[in-house]
Write a protein that binds this ligand. Structure first.
Ligand SMILES: Nc1ncnc2c1ncn2[C@@H]1O[C@H](COP(=O)(O)OP(=O)(O)OP(=O)(O)O)[C@@H](O)[C@H]1O
Ligand SMILES: [Mg+2]
Length: 219
């Protein structure tokens, strides 16, 4: 990407499938999410998978931006390099924001609204855990990491989002879980309606009973 003269900075995070680097471009603070090769895949297949996930994530980001869901703005899509250049959110992952004593009720309510809005577009996040929600310095919330998102999501896909969020809270912040989810649900129902909330909670209960989904390591 020489013509765009991005200045690559420090590595911020090494995720399960990508490296997130700080990048500057004409004074703008960005990040580059680069999906890295996996040695266990055949190279042609590996490249195809990385490209298609990158394109899929970019499509989701753009659709959500267009519809008012707070996601980092997509700045540039480098398909050949399996990379997304996007707005850098300076802040912390929700996981680290929820320290003892923090008043999280506003954040939980807002997250409920944002999730309700995403779901009203029939889009599921796919990996709604506390490390995929960023809280900026001004307290605003941002959703990230859409590699596993789905368009035309079914009720079950949407319920999995709530289930994973609940599991993520239970595993890292068990004492906050109940109150957080209560506030989350009131934000969610404000956007999606109480009938939709009841339907989805019924499905979440069903998923729990089945015990099909397990928390992913590190989330
Ligand atoms: N736009 C951004 N601004 C600031 N930090 C970001 C941004 N995007 C990602 N990050 C940071 O990098 C981390 C990993 O990003 P992301 O979740 O998109 O990658 P991933 O490889 O899919 O991760 P994993 O599979 O481990 O969840 C995030 O949890 C966050 O801390
Ligand atoms: Mg992630």
């Amino acid at each position: 990407m020489e013509r765009l003269d991005f200045e690559e900075g420090e590595v911020l995070r090494v995720g399960a499938e990508s490296v997130i680097k700080a990048v500057r471009w004409r004074g703008l603070e960005l990040v580059r999410k680069h999906r890295i090769p996996k040695k266990y895949r055949r190279p042609e297949i590996d490249e195809r998978i990385r490209r298609s996930r990158t394109i899929h994530e970019a499509k989701t980001i753009v659709t959500l931006s267009e519809n008012g869901v707070p996601v980092p703005l997509l700045i540039f899509l480098d398909i050949a390099g399996s990379s997304i250049y996007m707005q850098r959110i300076v802040g912390v992952e929700m996981r680290d924001y929820l320290v003892d004593g923090v008043d999280f009720s506003g954040a939980a309510y807002e997250l409920g609204r944002i999730t309700g809005l995403t779901h009203s577009l029939k889009i599921s996040h796919g990996d709604l855990t506390l490390s995929n929600i960023l809280v900026a310095e001004n307290g605003k919330m941002w959703l990230i990491d859409f590699g596993l998102s789905l368009f035309n999501a079914t009720l079950e896909d949407l319920a999995v989002d709530l289930h994973l969020l609940g599991r993520s809270l239970e595993s890292t912040h068990p004492s906050l879980h109940r109150r957080f989810m209560e506030m989350f649900m009131s934000g969610y129902s404000e956007v999606a309606g109480s009938a939709q909330l009841s339907k989805i909670m019924e499905k979440v209960a069903e998923i729990r009973r089945r015990g099909r989904y397990v928390v992913r390591a590190g989330t």
